[in-house]
Design a protein around this ligand. Sequence first.
Ligand code: MG
Length: 447
Amino acid sequence: MEEGMLPPLSLSAKFEGSFAYLTVRDRLPAILTKVIDTIHRNKEYFFKEYGEEGIEAEKRAISFLSKLRNEVQTDKPVLALADNAEDTETWNQYLQRQQERMPDGEPVSWFKAPWLYVECYMYRRFQEALYLNPPMDTFDVFKEGKTQSFFESQQAIISLCTYLQELITNMENMSELQLKEHFLKLLQVSLWGNKCDLSISAGLDNSQKSNPIDALPDLQRFILVDDSNKVWSTLVAAQGCRSSGTKRARVDIILDNAGFELVTDLVLADFLVSAGLAKQIRFYGKSFPWFVSDVTKQDFEWTIMQVLASNHKWMSASAVQWKHFMKDGTWSYHDHPFWTLPHEFCDMATDAADLYTMLQGSDLILFKGDLNYRKLTGDRIWEHTVRFDRALRGFQPAPLCSIRTLKANVQVGLQPGQAEQLSSEDPDWMTNGKYAVIQFSSPLREQ
Ligand code: MG
């Protein structure tokens, strides 16, 4: 079958009758319930901040979201957005696009539309509930969970910052081989940091308690595809090519979650700069609260400030350096509306040409997490042995690497028989977050 023809995953097509179907189908209402509870619990806050106007807004938002929960649970048609934000028109056009694909003019509904689309859309509808009800429009319904995940991971963050600072102190005398070993460790820490995803557990505890470096050897066997050697070679090559020219080796990190995971990404980015492997790091986050735990600009700044405010000397020393990187432009944070749209990444070159062009200037793009993987591969029902390059369907702005723990029903680039063996050993291997990949693709790679 032509890859363009592969059906996208949807609630009714792929999972009917299976355990995964129930998990997925129950996940959206569970998250909706949590959002409603959070708004309700913050009633006092809205009253204190905005008086009666705040209370009225809270009531209207809750009623909007309760109606939405009913629409999701009973497979009602997906409704167009009624707010007036920068991306409203794009979302409504996308709904139209989905409608044109429905057989016999059937309406696009929550169970029948592609899962990637409806799941993204639910998070955009949360924003609609807030946009339509000022003064609540700047409220982050997921802030509490993200904050909690950060504080509950304090010990792990201390271990990691201590490791980083000791590493930087001794870096001058290190051989390339030693640097590589440390790079591989920090890449894996950033990989396993991706386990701490609140959208998968509907916001239940997902913090990191133990020392993340010590845990690595035991986790190694759960990495199903490990292209980290290629990632290292790409960094070394970029550094070599660029050192003589005027351009500066640049790494772009498309972030996933706030809390512990974000700290692992910042530590990795610090290492890349301190070791001279990159001269510039661009971080990309979301323009509004997204998939429960995803990083927004506010989370990014808050996290650096919290690390800075720590009593632990290596934690605060790390953040002093990070603030310095932000100030002198070595690091920069960016958002773009495309990251909070439902589009597959193969659409980026046409639907967000400015972003695609920006990414083309990178020497290495790291895509963190599951949602990025789904968008890279289009969330299609691929054979597990299909090459990663092929599943990208032309999305190749620069050498790129997906770093994800598996939480969704899509995985490509496995060896023949690997998926079958995993299925017999652990039937939920694709969704239980136990397994991971570091999967690389380069436009320069020999085919
Ligand atoms: Mg996430």
